[in-house]
Every structure is written in C-alpha cells, then in structure tokens.
Design a protein around this ligand. Structure first.
Ligand code: CP
Length: 300
C-alpha cells in the first residue's frame, strides 16, 4: 500500500511514469479502469480545483466518490477526533484523498488508515498532486523538465505548492529564482535543501530584472489564511502584480503558471497572452490525478 503524502514519496522514475500515464489519459480521458472502487474525498479545508479535478478523475476512471467538502455536516462538529474520523472512513472506501489545514494531518492519516492516503494539501507544507500537474504543464510547454530557469514569485514562506515543486524540480538540474518580500522569503529548510543538492538559486525582491531568461514564471497567491496577523497580510497582499507590459523582452517560449486561485497577482490583461498557461494548467490536473490514482492502485 503506497501513500502520496510528500512529493519526495515519489522517485524520479515514478514522477516520469506519472507524466507518461497522464499523457495517455489526456489522449483517452474516459477509461473505466477502477469500476467498483470507492474513493473518499475529505476536504477539511476549502478547495475548488483540487477537489473537483480529483472527483472528475475518479469519475472518469469509473470509480465512485464519497466524502465532504467541509466538516460542518459531519460528526467533527460533535467533537469526533481526526483519528476516529479517519479510522471510520477508511472502512468505507479503497482510497482517501484529503486536504487539511494542519501540517502533518495526511501523514498521520496515512499511518492509521487501512487504505492509501493522498495528500491534497496540508497547511503550508506540501501539495504533491499540484506539483505533479505543475511538472506535467512544464514538460508539455517546454518539451523537457531538464535544465530550465524557473522563477517563482509571491509567497515563498507559506506557499505549499512552491515547497513541493522546488523539491521535485531539484531532480532536474533546475536554476531557481525566488521573488518574495523579506517577510515571505523561502524558509531556511528549503535553502539548505537546495544547497545540499548543489542547485543554484537566487533570491530577489522585485519581478523586474528577474524574468528575462525565465522559461517558467510560477506566480503564487499570498496565503491570507496562514497569517496570524491580518495587518501583516494587508502590508504584503498586493506586493506583486504581473502585468502584460512586464512580459516584453521575455522569451517567446516563456509560460506563466499559477496554481490558482489568483487574487490580484496576475492582471486580467495577461490572460490573452499566449504566454498565459494557468487555465490549461487546471485541465492538466484531471489527467495527472487520474494518473496518480491509477499508479497508487497499481493499475497497468
Ligand atoms: N491549486 C489549488 O490547490 O486550488 P484549490 O485550492 O482551488 O484546490
């Protein structure tokens, strides 16, 4: 039984296998390979893309979905513990996909569950299925994952998609630029991780001057829900707004990704640019999540 809790749970070969499977599912999106299976979709924290693309993937694979999109109608409101909730639901299904605001909750679920657990995002920690769809989007638009210049902009501190993605890309000789205000700079543990891997990275505080050589700009939202102090959020919330004119002089092959939702960090004027890829990126999520589920079930 294999879980997907952190992107580091997948080897480079497994990541490449997911890319290959996702390409197959994109070519043939309706494959009832999992008829008769039941997958629980447990979202203790809000979601649009992750939940619905997982549920779309489950349906396209011919399996059934049970679950909840918030806990207000569950016995969590009566005081039932996370432990008891997972112990119970793992009796009802063949796999659990879960999101939780507490870092480590999916790992704990994976330790006590009878069925595989997929982390659909835990606090500021990890979002491995998003990373796999980001990698798929990068490979599809750049033709490779190797040796790219990746510029990540926004919330490097709380952005779980950033943390997972940099760990995955560290296997592909990536050159990173991180653009963030000092308050939202990359946590030290990830700097140490990159140094230990011997990967070059720069940290900057402005977008200007950071994107002329980029192959990918990975924009992120400032994660309001992770701030203890609302005043601190107000100070940094609109710090970076990518505008159409800022793309002048960038590579033709540049593509702009964003895990979404966006709040204000990409101006709507950018949407018509051929370099904007954040909505096709959401579609890729379905094929990649079909690939993840099939892989964890060992479907050939
Ligand atoms: N990218 C992402 O996790 O979006 P949702 O929060 O809408 O699932």
């Amino acid at each position: 039984m294999k879980n997907l809790i952190s992107i580091t749970d997948f080897s480079k070969d497994e990541i490449l296998r997911i890319m290959e499977l996702a390409r197959e599912f994109e070519r043939h999106p309706h494959q009832p390979l999992l008829e008769g299976r039941v997958i629980a979709s447990l979202f203790f924290e809000p979601s649009t893309r992750t939940r619905l693309s997982f549920e779309s993937a489950i349906n396209r694979l011919g399996a059934r979905v049970i679950g909840f999109s918030d806990t207000s109608n569950t016995s969590v409101t009566k005081g039932e513990t996370f432990h008891d909730t997972i112990m119970t639901i793992s009796n009802y299904c063949d796999m659990i996909v879960m999101r939780h605001s507490l870092e480590g909750a999916p790992r704990y679920a994976g330790e006590i569950s009878k069925v595989p657990v997929v982390n659909a995002g835990d606090g500021a920690n990890q979002h491995p299925s998003q990373t796999l769809l980001d990698l798929y989007s990068i490979q599809k638009t750049q033709g490779t994952l190797d040796g790219l210049n990746i510029t990540m902009v926004g919330d490097m501190k709380y952005g779980r998609t950033v943390h997972s993605l940099l760990q995955a890309l560290s296997q592909f000789e990536t050159r990173f630029t991180f653009v963030a205000p000092p308050e939202l700079a990359l946590p030290e543990e990830y700097r140490i991780f990159l140094k230990e891997k011997g990967l070059p990275f720069e940290e900057k505080t402005t977008i200007e001057g950071s994107i002329s050589e980029s192959d990918i700009i990975y924009m992120t939202r400032v994660q309001r829900e992770r701030f203890n102090d609302p005043i601190e959020y107000e100070r940094v919330k609109n710090i970076y707004v990518l505008k159409k004119e800022m793309l002048e002089g960038t590579k033709d092959s540049l593509r702009i990704l964003h895990p979404l939702p966006r709040v204000n960090e990409i101006d709507y004027g950018v949407d018509a640019s051929p370099k904007a890829y954040y909505f096709p990126q959401t579609e890729n999520g379905v094929y990649v999540r079909m690939a993840i589920i099939s892989h964890l079930f060992g479907v050939k």
